[in-house]
Write a protein that binds this ligand. Structure first.
Ligand code: ZN
Ligand code: ZN
Ligand code: FE
Length: 760
């Protein structure tokens, strides 16, 4: 993993003798010599570039006779420390994108690894996705079946070499190899890379075995190919990620900021959400017209750079073939909302008919791991945390230390569990929607691995307050099986607690948790919550969006047209014919009259309603589609708004934001044929004003000066930028989730740190 070789080199350079080894509890160094103190402080101050040191313990030991400094086999470190206290949490590194040196070798025709798709070194390559058990050594990875050839062994044993103790070291002589299958799984005799590139250039769909699972690739500049992929995957509208060779290709269709560039080129190499270019002139860059079907009604593209040698050589071949910079769709290979496929049999069974060819290989995937997604902003926002980040722990400020080992199960959608103890919280990679037995398996397998690696034995379990979340049911089963106490944590409070823990905030703060749905303590569906949180993590709901009735509370993806009809009936008593929502009126009215609706303060649903009234989105195929479309169409120059004094009701406790007057004015504007781009902008401006004012009033009366933002709605850039700007202007410190997802993928952190504290 690069750590031991680094220690070795440092020790040799300083004349320090001893040993270094991986143990199941971390890296263990035994050292002695005149400069040993200096050695330790150097190691502390400058750990190896890719290592993240979460704890560092030094203990004295009896002197011993060492012959120089050696890297010794795991678990064979002698017994110099008499009472070794195991430090749980030997860390598996995340997978790391191909490094510049390996890339150079990969593209050099004289190198013995020219175009070899499994090239890696101590600074790059697979880690998490190949490890089965610890300590991290080749026999415990999925490379155990590959015997290193003499050349590779020499590199592996040579302390001067970049591949010194690189566990997955491989070359064309001895390492894994590619093969190409047709759609029915028959092996094709050909050059797999060349044939895959040809197929993609011809508009076909190729499944590619990547680090943590299969991906589906096709030419992103061909609308025909993208349409075929969407149709076969039954994914009509959700944005598709794309992959490029380098930054200059990305500049052909996206705007890249400083953070965007940093993220794209980082060792994690996530999918980065970048602003689209809209026909603006591009200096020094060839414009690339990516199909309009890649991210329809969205202001951003999700882009990543080739992060494995396999991607690098495939894109290189395609570039040669097409004579231009290729852009490939690179989306997870799974059926709708299921976990991703990670072996040939799974791919053939679950995705038959979706792909034309499968570019696969014989290095098994030990752990599934999806691509991560980060929103490139001045302060980047984590949207999906997986490859490149998991299983690195979040390190907590002493104030937030978890007193007993805790397992927090997270939410039902965008599931991600947290295993926490003392100052560390190990978050699972994005597991996703738990609603299938395969996803549940994925959950259990990952949990098993985490428990084994960390050696943590949970003493309590935390879950969401929602009685019907699958994650709650899982928690109930685990708590019965392991006989552990179960703590149910309110959804929005968990969102806010996650921000507090991430930023180590020890003062009372006002939390704004805005999202689609979360179960409230009054059984209503919450989703626009102003929560006052004390430094002891006690909390109180001090404000929210005034309740409206929602007629399809159980739907995973709300129908914006239907929500619009329901809200209009409640607010104005009518649904004008010209809105095109008539078909919803009857059923919705019946449900309202039969009291079969549920009260909600969801901000996401209010966005849905406005998207439905304006016609920006009447039918949604995925959660968040309507709010995303509404944000994308808003005219940024429009200054108007619908804020009137009657929007804020500050006398009741909790205080209220009344959506009624807002909806009425949206309707008026729509009936007056105002451009939806203007209506959307005015609606955004209104929410920003109402929220910032109410937050200011509440913060002032409760004497807090920190405001925490969390919840999926804050992925909306307009909302996040403007709410934080307004509040900062008034002197508040505004923080939000950055290390963990701002959406439900981050709530397990909040559940873990607040588990066991008093809740109302
Ligand atoms: Zn490398
Ligand atoms: Zn070799
Ligand atoms: Fe949420």
């Amino acid at each position: 993993m690069g750590f031991r070789p680094y220690v070795y080199r440092l020790a040799i350079s300083m004349g320090v003798v001893g040993t270094v080894a991986n143990s199941s509890s971390g890296v263990e160094i035994r050292c002695q010599g005149l400069r040993v103190r200096e050695f330790i402080s150097k190691l502390k101050a400058n750990p190896p570039p890719l290592a993240r040191v979460t704890s560092f313990r030094v203990r004295p030991a009896k002197p011993r006779r060492f012959k120089g400094f050696r890297i010794v086999a795991s678990g064979n470190n002698g017994d110099m420390i008499p009472h070794r206290v195991p430090i749980p949490g030997a860390l598996v590194l995340p997978d790391i994108a191909v490094c510049p040196e390996c890339r150079k070798e990969l593209l050099c025709s004289k190198d013995r690894r020219f175009c070899y798709p499994f090239t890696n070194c101590t600074q790059c390559g697979p880690r998490y996705t190949i490890v089965r058990t610890l300590p991290y050594d080749r026999p415990r990875t999925t490379l155990r079946g590959f015997q290193m050839c003499p050349d590779c062994s020499r590199e592996y044993q040579n302390p001067e070499d970049r591949r010194f103790h690189a566990q997955p070291n491989a070359c064309p002589e001895c390492g894994p190899s590619l093969s190409l299958l047709d759609s029915s799984g028959r092996l094709l005799a050909c050059d797999p890379i060349m044939e895959s590139a040809r197929a993609i250039a011809a508009g076909r769909i190729v499944a590619i075995k990547s680090l943590g699972g299969f991906q589906l690739a096709c030419d992103a500049t061909s609308t025909k190919a993208v349409a075929r992929l969407r149709q076969r995957k039954s994914r009509p509208a959700k944005p598709l990620a794309v992959m490029c060779e380098n930054l200059s290709a990305v500049r052909g269709f996206c705007r890249i900021t400083g953070t965007g560039r940093e993220l794209l080129c980082s060792p994690a190499a996530p999918i980065v959400l970048l602003r689209k270019r809209y026909g603006d002139t591009i200096r020094n860059h060839v414009p690339i017209s990516v199909s309009r079907l890649i991210a329809p009604n969205n202001s951003h593209f999700g882009v990543m750079l080739a992060y494995t040698p396999l991607h690098v050589v495939l894109l290189r071949e395609l570039h040669r073939l097409q004579g231009r910079a290729p852009v490939l769709v690179m989306t997870s290979a799974n059926t709708r909302d299921d976990r991703l496929t990670a072996s040939d049999p799974e791919l053939l069974q679950e995705l038959r008919g979706v792909f034309d060819l499968a570019l696969t290989h014989n290095r098994p995937i030990a752990n599934r791991c999806d691509d991560s997604v980060v929103l490139a902003d001045k302060r980047p926002i984590m949207v999906r945390r997986a490859r490149g980040y998991a299983p690195q722990p979040i390190v907590l400020d002493p104030w937030f230390h978890v007193k007993q080992p805790t397992l927090a199960l997270g939410a039902e959608l965008r599931n991600c569990f947290a295993l926490a103890d003392a100052n560390r919280v190990f978050l699972s990679p994005h597991i996703g929607n738990l609603g299938s037995s395969r996803a549940e398996h994925f959950f259990h397998n990952t949990l098993e691995r985490y428990l084994d690696w960390t050696k943590l034995k949970p003493c309590r379990i935390a879950c969401d307050l929602h009685p019907n979340y699958l994650s709650t049911r899982l928690a109930e089963r685990l708590s019965a099986k392991w006989k552990l106490p179960l703590f149910r944590v309110q959804h929005h409070y968990a969102h806010v607690a996650a921000v507090m823990a991430e930023h180590g905030i020890q003062k009372p703060a006002l939390g704004l948790a805005f999202d689609g749905t979360g179960y409230g303590t009054d059984r209503a569906i919450w989703g626009c919550e102003f929560l006052l949180v004390g430094p002891d993590l006690s909390w109180r709901r001090v404000g929210h969006l005034k309740y409206l009735q929602l007629t399809e509370p159980g739907a995973v993806v709300a129908n914006p047209g239907r929500v619009a009809a329901g809200y209009l009936l409640q607010v104005t008593g009518r649904v004008p014919r010209q809105l095109g929502l008539s078909r919803y009126v009857g059923p919705v009215r019946n449900l309202l009259q039969a009291h079969r609706a549920v009260a909600t303060s969801s901000l996401g649903r209010l966005f849905d309603a406005v998207a439905g009234i304006t016609g920006v989105c009447r039918n949604a195929a995925f959660e968040g589609q309507a709010p995303i479309a509404l944000e994308a169409c808003a005219n940024p120059d429009e200054q108007g708004h619908y804020f009137r004094d009657n929007v804020l009701l500050t006398h009741p406790d909790p205080a209220l934001v009344d959506p009624g007057p807002i909806i009425s004015q949206v309707l008026e504007d729509v009936l007056a044929k105002t451009d939806p781009a203007v209506v959307s902008a005015r609606f955004h401006n209104t929410i920003v004003r109402a929220v910032a004012r109410l937050a200011h009033q509440l913060a002032r009366s409760y004497r807090v000066n920190t405001v925490l933002l969390s919840g999926g709605s804050f992925q909306n850039n307009l909302l996040r930028h403007r709410v934080s700007a307004e509040l900062r202007r008034k002197g508040y410190r505004v923080v939000y989730n950055q290390l963990v997802p701002v959406n439900d993928g981050g709530i397990s952190l909040g559940q873990a740190v607040s588990c066991g504290t008093a809740t109302p």
